[in-house]
Design a protein around this ligand. Structure first.
Ligand SMILES: Cc1cc2nc3c(=O)[nH]c(=O)nc-3n(C[C@H](O)[C@H](O)[C@H](O)COP(=O)(O)OP(=O)(O)OC[C@H]3O[C@@H](n4cnc5c(N)ncnc54)[C@H](O)[C@@H]3O)c2cc1C
Length: 453
């Protein structure tokens, strides 16, 4: 490939902070709140115009759709997201669980309030483009924005980009699932003008279960107990649309779940478009996926209008601000989680939180209907070789099955809170994040309302 040589330049240092969290999804938002509450001066950097990551930018609203009567759930900042959304009118009852779906639009404001209350320095509209690393120690990041290129220096950095962008660019080892096995990306969308009564009457007349997630060309592993449980699944309108010629046969992948319906007729978190073989660390793939996804979403809307009772007069309300990405880089961590850890109630001395036995991805669906749960190890957030850096959210270290569990938003908030507290404690005790006293971290997490055992 041809290259050019860029001129060297002086870059202004615009900000110093104790803890810099880059990326504000469930992982990063929880990390920043936890770090600030633990007494560290904290800055939260985000490339888009709102905090929340997939929750607000993509419209992934099913924060705890796994929760059943016997579920032993995570506590702490993740649970707070759900309670706060509910108390601020930013949620709707979730149809398949004992939970509320978080309203992705309204949560943009809830997140602002949480950031301000915690005393975090907010920085929106700045993209991290390069880590600053000296002698194996991360010192901060370079950002790009409408103001040009700037530097931010920090005592500790938390990579919550979802893609391990900082760890990867700093030279830490990361890996990706082979593209043919990657979880699909999705253009998410919501509709309005839905007749709620007609829509719900139709769901009740013809209820679906999780076994409907299987089709002639794909199957799903469950533990058996999931198969007969109700699922807000939409399949028939698209089968009819294919029969009528509205949707071409090769798009029999248009199918999936609806998330919530409001009294005002908003049908949101429509998870119906699945784009396989898309590597979201490649902007050409992203470009193609955004455009193809919107094309398919418009076909899905037309099919719902024609073939799903209650949707006759509905229309597109919004697409997610960006393509929904499930699966990119994971770090090679000091400890990489395993299938056994998430399937067999893994326990760890360095646990920073618990997460119910909920595994969803790579063709597996196991719901936490029995009270089983696993502990999340701190070491899965420690990349090898770069000091003062933690990686949190969905790119922590682990194998495929473990990622199908830890990628879920509540678990990202669990490990985010652990990363935030550990970063603060490591500054206060003047040690690297890899050497932090885990007893002190656990004590502080418990004070913050997390459940670690
Ligand atoms: C379509 C879809 C449906 C899903 N359904 C569910 C579900 O029902 N329930 C569930 O629990 N999970 C679900 N997930 C998974 C879940 O949304 C993600 O795994 C989770 O949001 C990951 O959280 P995170 O904090 O690691 O990253 P993200 O939520 O991806 O947030 C990363 C943040 O970092 C920012 N960022 C990235 N790079 C930079 C940069 N260079 N500079 C500055 N900022 C940057 C991004 O803008 C973003 O705000 C779904 C995912 C998708 C895509």
């Amino acid at each position: 490939m041809d290259t050019i040589t860029e001129a060297s330049r002086e870059t202004p240092i615009i900000h110093h902070t104790d803890v810099l969290v880059v990326g504000s999804g469930p992982g990063g938002l929880a990390a920043a709140i936890a770090s600030s509450r633990a007494g560290a001066e904290t800055t939260l950097l985000e490339r888009y115009g709102c905090f929340g990551g997939n929750l607000t930018q993509v419209g992934v609203e099913g924060f705890a759709w796994y929760r059943h009567d016997k579920t032993v759930d995570s506590e702490g900042i993740g649970a707070e997201f759900e309670h706060r959304a509910k108390s601020m009118g930013a949620s709707n009852p979730e149809p398949q669980s004992n939970s509320h779906a978080i309203d992705g639009e309204a949560f943009k404001y809830v997140a602002d309030v949480l950031v301000e209350e915690a005393g975090i320095t907010p920085m929106l509209h700045r993209t991290m483009v390069a880590p600053i690393v000296e002698g194996g120690v991360i010192k901060g990041v370079i950002v790009e924005s409408k103001a040009g290129r700037e530097a931010i220096l920090a005592k500790r950095v938390i990579d919550a980009t979802g893609d391990a962008d900082i760890a990867h660019r700093a030279g830490a080892v990361t890996h990706k699932t082979p593209i043919e096995e990657m979880m699909a990306a999705s253009v998410m969308f919501s509709m309005n003008g839905v007749d709620k009564k007609r829509f719900i009457d139709n769901v009740k007349a013809d209820p679906h279960t999780y076994s409907d997630w299987c089709g002639p060309d794909w199957s799903m592993e469950t533990s058996g107990k999931e198969d007969k449980l109700f699922s807000p699944y939409l399949k028939k309108p698209f089968e009819k649309a294919i029969k009528s010629g509205l949707i071409p046969e090769n798009l029999n992948t248009i199918t999936g779940t609806w998330g919530a319906i409001s009294d005002q007729g908003d049908l949101s978190y429509l998870n119906l478009i699945h784009l396989a073989r898309l590597d979201a660390t490649n902007p050409d793939h992203l470009t193609k996926g955004e455009m193809e996804g919107r094309r398919q979403a418009m076909l899905a809307i037309e099919a719902l209008k024609q073939f799903n009772p209650g949707c006759e007069n509905a229309k597109l309300r919004n697409f997610g601000m960006t393509l929904g990405v499930r699966d990119t880089r994971k770090i090679d961590a000091v400890y990489n989680m395993t299938a056994r850890d998430v399937r067999e109630q893994g326990k760890f001395d360095d646990s920073i939180g618990i997460f119910p036995e909920f595994i969803d991805g790579y063709g597996i669906l196991i719901l936490p209907t029995t009270g089983r749960y696993f502990q999340v190890p701190y070491r899965s957030m420690l990349p090898k070789g770069i000091r003062h850096l933690l990686v949190t959210g969905r790119s922590v270290g682990g194998d495929r099955d473990s990622h199908a569990a830890v990628r879920n938003m509540m678990c990202c908030a669990v490990n985010g809170q652990g990363a935030g507290v550990a970063a603060a404690v490591s500054i206060q005790t003047n040690v690297d994040v890899a050497d932090v006293n885990i007893d002190k971290v656990q004590k502080k997490l418990i004070e913050q309302g997390a459940r670690i055992h």
